[in-house]
Design a binder for this molecule. Structure first.
Ligand code: GLA
Length: 386
């Protein structure tokens, strides 16, 4: 992270030096789609792209935020107790300020400059990175030591309460705990984690922006959460020890099929089968069987399209193209659904050609300016005293 550049940009904007610079990365989830809010295990990795925040404390009783990506400044009272207008980007930071104050941190006011190379809406969890980076910067200014796990939870609560997004913990956790050349196996039930080496020899990890984010995405996410809970309630009626889909295997789910409607059953089937794929993926990753890992990604994509029903025409088209390209081991959409990014594992020698074919057949005809790019697992969030 270039803390010096961020500090200079802060000074140009606010006319003084910042007290701290913090950076938090985005994430790509290798496998474990929509499993986090069902108490299962997920396997994301942090990327090099990050949100960088420079901040200085003051005693104005106000938070002044400047976003370089949006070229917009916004100001609100530190005494925040409710979100601002719905959909506004500053709500993430309002949530973080509220969370820190609830924890007893004295925040008398601050100026915050937000930059970095993880633009809002890029599909790699810029919102989690924004919450984590501002949380770390403000905690540092308040003299608080907050462990990464608690920071991830604080960031998640901010999204729940201030951005109205009932997300799981994966994005925030990955942003806090990223490690170079490793994926993070997160157990979302007890919040333990372990690192799994992930430097696929001879394979490129490509992120392909779909260039779309359909408006129904957020409402649909919440509906999926509700469906999963409905499935748990139906199963738990006969088996009270079941508290989440983590406690359910395919046999039990099939046995309970008659206790729920077909849609609820298919939503649960995606989750239960995806949990099995995560276990398989960890095994094959440890053995270096990248072909099998690729096959698991294709299976996840099919399950997301058919059972979870969160794909869309554009993603289906892109996946169709990828399936026809030589050298693609596997690909799947990542994130909440209905657009965002696709992750593809591609034989290194074929990656440039696949990228060109996508640009020619997917991005150019749709006038989408974003382009596929390579990523590799990178370190988690950090703070630099300046
Ligand atoms: C979004 C949420 C995550 C997770 C993914 C789907 O990124 O923020 O918590 O549920 O979708 O895997």
């Amino acid at each position: 992270m270039d803390a010096g550049l961020a500090a200079d940009a802060f000074e140009r904007h606010f006319g003084r030096r910042p007290g701290v610079v913090a950076a938090a990365p985005g994430r790509v989830n290798l496998i474990g789609a929509h499993v986090d809010y069902n108490g299962g295990r997920v396997l994301p990795f942090a990327v090099a792209q990050r949100t960088i925040v420079a901040a200085a404390r003051d005693d104005s009783g106000r938070i002044r935020l400047y976003s370089q990506a949006l070229d917009r400044e916004i100001e609100f009272s530190v005494d925040v107790s409710a979100p601002g207008p719905s959909g506004s980007w500053d709500n993430y930071v309002r949530g973080v300020v509220a969370g820190l104050r609830e924890r007893g941190q004295a925040i008398g006011g601050a100026r915050i400059w937000i930059g970095g190379d993880l633009p809002p809406g890029c599909g790699m969890s810029s919102s989690a990175a924004l919450c984590v980076s501002t949380g770390m910067a403000l905690a540092h200014l308040a003299g608080a030591e907050i462990e990464p796990r608690e920071m991830a939870q604080l960031a998640q609560t901010a999204e729940h309460a201030y951005a109205g997004m009932p997300c799981g913990i994966m994005d925030q956790f990955a942003s806090c705990f990223g490690r170079e050349d490793h994926a993070i196996l997160i157990d979302c039930r007890d919040l333990s984690h372990e690192y799994v080496p992930f430097v696929p020899a001879g394979v490129s990890i490509l992120v392909i922006p779909s260039g779309v984010k359909h408006a129904l995405a957020d409402g649909a996410y919440e509906k999926r959460v509700v469906s999963c809970n409905k499935a748990v309630a139906a199963i738990a009626a006969g088996s009270p020890e079941v508290r989440s889909l983590r406690d359910v295997d395919m046999e039990r789910l099939n046995a309970c099929r008659g206790a729920m409607d077909d849609e609820t059953f298919r939503r649960a089937r995606h989750i239960v089968s995806e949990m099995e794929r995560v276990t398989a993926a960890v095994d094959v990753l440890r053995r270096g069987e990248l072909k099998t890992l690729g096959r698991l990604l294709w299976e996840t994509q099919d399950s997301l399209r058919d059972d979870y029903e969160i794909s869309c025409e554009e993603i289906d088209d892109m996946i169709g193209l990828l399936r026809k390209c030589d050298g693609v081991l596997g690909a799947r959409m990542v994130g909440g659904g209905f657009g965002g990014i696709v992750l593809a594992l591609i034989d290194e020698g074929a990656a440039d050609s696949v990228s060109r074919q996508l640009v020619d057949s997917y991005h150019r005809p749709r006038h989408i300016e974003e382009r596929p790019f390579r990523v590799r697992p990178a370190a988690g969030a950090s703070v630099v005293r300046v």
